[in-house]
Ligand binder design. Structure first.
Ligand SMILES: Nc1ncnc2c1ncn2[C@@H]1O[C@H](COP(=O)(O)OP(=O)(O)O)[C@@H](O)[C@H]1O
Ligand SMILES: Nc1ccn([C@@H]2O[C@H](COP(=O)(O)OP(=O)(O)O)[C@@H](O)[C@H]2O)c(=O)n1
Length: 678
């Protein structure tokens, strides 16, 4: 997962490859609740591991359910069998509507009939998401529900510790036109009170998001509860309904998450399709119908049980007008596809967007406008004009702690190239707070980068060059961390070459022989550990003496040539921070930003001295200073790739700067938008 403050996406060109989707959030949390209420143990396969399922699991644990994960990653849930194991608990449910609504209903019913009291709360946004319609239905049923904050919103307390007879003989009325989750919550909870007779739920108003109710009904059936349904208006739970574990259950891949990869295929599956595994045309989730919408916009889709393959069909995509009531979440993806269309796209019947993780209509309109698009919004619709090539603007996309905003807007990175032919493409789309995808798809960006290709030369490189002990390694690794980029410590390649040559008994002054060693050495980086031919060389690699040997072998042109391709191979999405002597001058002359880092020789000798002492190595400052001057001299005066700033490098003398100041300075030079820095 990218836990950086932002993630810069370079211009992307093509998509191909396979993505294995994480489990559906809606199915995962429903299955967890059902398994938690059922008698016996349920083995849950392919459960989504995300923020929203984690809060549900924590809640089940607090309520006394047994949870055990086996070696294969299968979660075994031992349910309460409809009997409270604990009568009081405070449950924090983050921003997970799929946990808040059904737990409120189930605990209200259990607390009222068995004597208990439970408090349910969440993050600030959760306390702005309405739940009043569900509370009204529960009160009508006879459950005590207290508002602990603003009436009609969480936090809530359900139950008051006493026993209450519930009015189950009367139909329970619940509004269906704000969120279908209220009806789902009641359907999941009310089997608990069917001992005396059947219980009927009547929906008031037009039920929205029916496909989610379909999922609820399918899963209830898997747990032994056959709901009788009259249209989408009346639902009856038969007398004596009780949850029976199916023993094992597989969570389908998330169909809403599939929408990003369906769109990816439609936009950029030019030569090869994008293959999606974990969800297919047999999916029980309503958002699978996003496939039809994508086809209407031009996607070519084939599929079977558990898989889909999508490629570009019509291009540009076709604009369309669509009632999105049946695909409320996945429809957001259409809003971004609309930028690549030939005519306006109008998405209607999407009022529910306003009460999701954020006001998604407003958020989508604001962020698409940042890219240059013309967008009209209304209470329950959004209309997006196509964005012609040449009118795309670099944008820093705010994501509102909303996973879908981040995933949708990442698809804007396929904008047609802006700028003059031959000009270095810039970083155009910055996704702020990329870790918000953790709600449903923690590895979304990794999966995206696995199946997209950047425009040639577009994977951004930030080059940090400079003399020894100037702090390049420190600065580069911090920058890589902040940007979520890969890191190339090119000095380590020369160091490893010197060690490998020594090990092979090759004289270090024989350039051709050392180059042959460099070209064939089995070098592997594994986090901070470096392996050479199966040996851990992390410590010897960092020795001062090894640095000196590296400086010698690095002066041979054939050695530099031998390591060239290896260094280029580090340039992978989403970007690279490369540290060395010739990153900006020779290896990555098209780097988006070049920094030449210096500090006085005395300051550098002091730093190296301190660094060595901290590793328990004694050294004299004077001899260190002499060594580093000799190394500077050799690095600056060799015939190939001598150490010198690139013409377009930013010079940074950090003698008087802290590490944090240096990082901040470089990040201030690193802005999205400019096609070429300086
Ligand atoms: N701006 C700075 N101010 C003070 N010390 C620094 C600074 N940058 C790096 N250092 C310290 O100097 C030492 C050498 O840094 P390092 O990154 O190993 O240099 P290089 O890779 O250029 O040889 C490290 O102990 C590091 O913590
Ligand atoms: N891109 C690079 C990186 C290192 N080198 C050589 O490799 C030696 C060791 O590099 P390093 O970056 O690990 O050394 P320090 O700066 O950490 O002392 C340097 O002295 C250079 O001579 C190079 O020639 N080109």
């Amino acid at each position: 997962m990218f836990s950086t403050a932002f993630l810069d996406l370079p211009p992307l060109r093509r998509a191909a490859g396979t993505v294995r989707l994480p489990g559906s959030k809606s199915i995962s949390n429903r299955v967890l609740l059902l398994a938690g209420l059922a008698q016996g143990t349920t083995a849950v396969h392919d459960l989504l591991d995300s923020d929203d399922t984690r809060v549900m699991l924590a809640a089940l644990e607090a309520l006394g359910c047994g949870l055990r994960r086996d070696e294969a990653g299968v979660l075994h849930v031992t349910g309460l069998g409809g009997q409270l194991a604990t009568r009081e608990a405070q449950l924090f449910l983050g921003n997970a509507g799929t946990a808040m609504r059904p737990l409120t209903a189930a605990l209200a019913v259990l607390a009222s009939t068995q004597g208990g009291a439970f408090e349910l709360s969440g993050v600030a946004r959760m306390h702005e998401r309405p739940i009043g319609d569900l509370v009204t239905a529960l009160r009508q049923l006879g459950c005590p529900v207290a508002d602990l904050g603003q009436p009609g919103y969480p936090p809530l307390r359900v139950g008051d510790g006493g026993l209450h007879a519930l009015h189950t003989a009367e139909p329970i009325r619940v509004r269906g036109d704000v969120s279908s989750q209220f009806l789902t919550a009641l359907l999941l909870a009310l089997p608990l009170v069917t001992a005396q007779g059947p219980v009927t739920i009547e929906v008031v108003g037009e039920l929205i998001s029916k496909p989610y109710i379909h999922i609820t009904l399918e899963l209830l059936a898997r747990f032994g509860i056959a709901v009788q349904r009259e249209g989408w208006q009346r639902f009856t739970l038969p007398q004596g309904s009780s949850y029976r574990t199916p023993g094992a259950i597989h969570v389908e891949g998330d169909a809403s998450s599939a929408s990003y990869f369906v769109a990816l295929g439609a936009i950029a599956g030019v030569e090869q399709p994008v293959r999606i595994e974990g969800v297919g045309l047999d999916a029980i989730q309503g958002d699978i119908r996003f496939v039809e919408a994508a086809q209407a916009m031009g996607a070519q889709v084939v599929g079977g049980p558990g898989w889909l393959e999508v490629r570009r069909g019509t291009w540009p995509l076709k604009g369309l007008t669509l009632d999105c009531n049946h695909i409320p979440d996945a429809a957001m993806t259409l809003a971004v596809m609309a930028l690549y269309a030939d005519a306006p796209t109008r998405l209607t019947n999407i009022a529910s967007w306003r009460v999701k993780e954020t006001d998604r209509i407003a958020a989508m309109a604001t962020e698409l406008r940042k890219l240059g698009a013309t967008v009209e919004e209304g209470t329950d619709f959004i209309e997006i004009q196509p964005l012609p090539a040449g009118q795309w603007q670099a944008a820093s996309i705010h994501t509102y702690d909303d996973h879908r905003m981040a995933m949708c807007l990442s698809l804007a990175a396929f904008h047609p190239l802006v700028g003059e032919p031959g000009e270095q493409p810039g970083r155009m789309v910055r996704i702020e707070d990329p870790k918000c995808v953790a709600k449903t798809f923690p590895d979304y960006f990794e999966a995206l980068f696995d199946c997209v290709e950047a425009l040639p030369g577009a994977v951004p490189v930030l080059a940090v060059d400079g003399p020894t002990a100037s702090g390049k390694g420190t600065l580069a690794s911090q920058l890589a961390q902040r940007l979520g980029y890969h890191l190339l410590d090119s000095g380590a390649l020369y160091r490893a070459t010197a060690l490998a040559a020594q090990e092979a008994g090759v004289p270090l002054d024989d350039g051709e022989a050392v180059a042959a060693v460099a070209a064939t050495m089995a070098l592997r980086f594994d986090g901070d550990t470096v392996w050479l031919a199966g040996q851990d060389i992390t410590d010897p690699l960092r020795l001062e003496s090894t640095g000196g040997l590296a400086s010698k072998v690095s002066a041979h042109p054939p050695v530099r040539q031998a390591l060239h391709a290896l260094q280029l191979s580090f340039r992978r999405l989403p970007g690279l921070v490369a540290d060395g002597r010739d990153m900006g001058t020779v290896v990555f002359p098209d780097a988006a930003l070049k920094v030449f880092l210096t500090a006085s020789a005395e300051e550098r000798a002091q730093r190296r001295h301190k660094q060595l002492l901290s590793r328990g190595v004694e050294a004299s400052i004077d001899s260190l200073c002499a060594d580093l001057r000799a190394r500077d001299d050799r690095d600056q005066n060799r015939s190939v790739a001598p150490l010198k700033p690139a013409k377009d490098a930013h010079l940074l003398d950090n003698s008087e700067l802290s590490i944090e100041d240096s990082v901040a300075q470089v990040l201030s030079w690193w802005q999205p938008g400019t096609p070429r820095q300086r």
